[in-house]
Design a protein. Structure first.
Length: 328
């Protein structure tokens, strides 16, 4: 091999190695903290379990928080940042406040982890672990969480408003919103099953009950008996703090009850009931209702995929010392 060819080969080889290095740096890994902070996932699981024993609803809050984090600016822990005098953060957007809860679970886990592994574990990873543990503690399937996310330094109310699909979306709008994040229609239907957990504020559904359209005060796609029950719980001008369960038969269990409710016209939101309006999404709802184990497997896979949206890794972002504020 002549000097010119040898030089070309070496240049190619170095470029190849650099490319592999950057690729591996950008990929999340299961067991990322195995050697740097082996207790991290155990500590998070303990904190989730402790909180769940006092309030079953915290599991739904943590799953939803992970979703809301990932859909606005990617899974970078930006939803955990507090607002400042000069900026309203994601958590204070109307789509998040007061619906999100469980921030104290992340705070407690972070404080404990910092005491044993200072500056190692990101808040974004803690949130991803906590969401997984919440799924598992409510009867869903556990799954391995690829980690290595780093924390973002920006959190904007406007991005939460622009990226989080509202409860009024139809199936076309939902499909497009999820596609924008790299998730297909089946994954959209699968992740909608997270509504098997938790509660909603009455203010999110009063239009369906009292002011649906110019031709119908009540949404005709809502089961009349269920609508009457909801009206008893949610008056026309409800107290902003009034809440109703998302899936009344089993609001603390990750199961197929949500899909059976949708089939019975008892989906709480328009965005739930709209899943029956497309042949493809209807077929998926029926399958999930009939075989909840299949849904649980698909849900675990979809959560892993969702958890990779827009992640920061390598030297991007930071490892926050406090999940509520950026490092100074």
């Amino acid at each position: 091999m002549g000097p010119k060819k040898l030089k070309t080969f070496i240049s190619f080889f170095l470029c190849f190695c650099i490319g592999i290095f950057h690729k591996s740096e950008a990929e999340l890994q299961v067991g990322f903290y195995q050697y740097s902070c082996g207790l991290a996932e155990f500590i998070v699981k303990q904190e989730v379990s402790k909180a769940f024993s006092k309030d079953f609803g915290v599991a739904a809050g943590l799953v939803r928080m992970h979703f809301h984090d990932c859909f606005a600016r990617g899974c970078d822990g930006s939803v955990l940042l507090d607002s400042t005098p000069s900026n309203t953060a994601e958590k204070d957007a109307p789509t998040n406040n007061p619906s999100l809860r469980g921030f104290e679970v992340i705070d407690n886990a972070k404080a404990r982890i910092e005491s044993v592994c200072k500056g190692v574990v990101s808040c974004a990873d803690i949130l991803a672990f906590a969401a997984r543990d919440s799924v598992e503690i409510t009867g869903g399937l556990g799954y391995d969480v690829p980690a290595g996310r780093r924390d973002g330094r920006v959190s904007l109310q406007s991005e939460a408003l622009a990226n989080l699909p509202p409860p009024t979306f139809n199936v076309t709008q939902l499909t497009r919103a999820f596609a924008n994040k790299g998730l297909n229609q089946e994954e959209m239907v699968t992740l909608s099953g997270a509504h098997t957990l938790g509660r909603s504020h009455c203010t999110s559904i009063t239009d369906r009950l009292y002011n649906f359209s110019t031709t119908s005060k009540q949404d005709p796609n809502l089961d009349p008996i269920y609508a009457a029950q909801l009206k008893q719980q949610c008056p026309r001008s409800p107290n902003p703090n009034l809440v109703v369960p998302m899936d009344p038969p089993s609001p603390s269990l990750s199961d197929g009850s949500y899909y059976r409710g949708v089939l019975s016209k008892r989906g709480l939101f328009t965005s739930d009931q709209t899943l029956l309006t497309s042949p493809q999404t209807l077929a998926q709802v029926i399958q999930n209702a009939q075989n909840e184990f299949i849904w649980k497997m698909k849900f675990a896979d979809a959560m892993v995929k969702m958890g990779k949206i827009g992640v920061l890794s390598g030297k991007n972002g930071e490892i926050r010392a406090n999940c509520r504020r950026i490092n100074s």
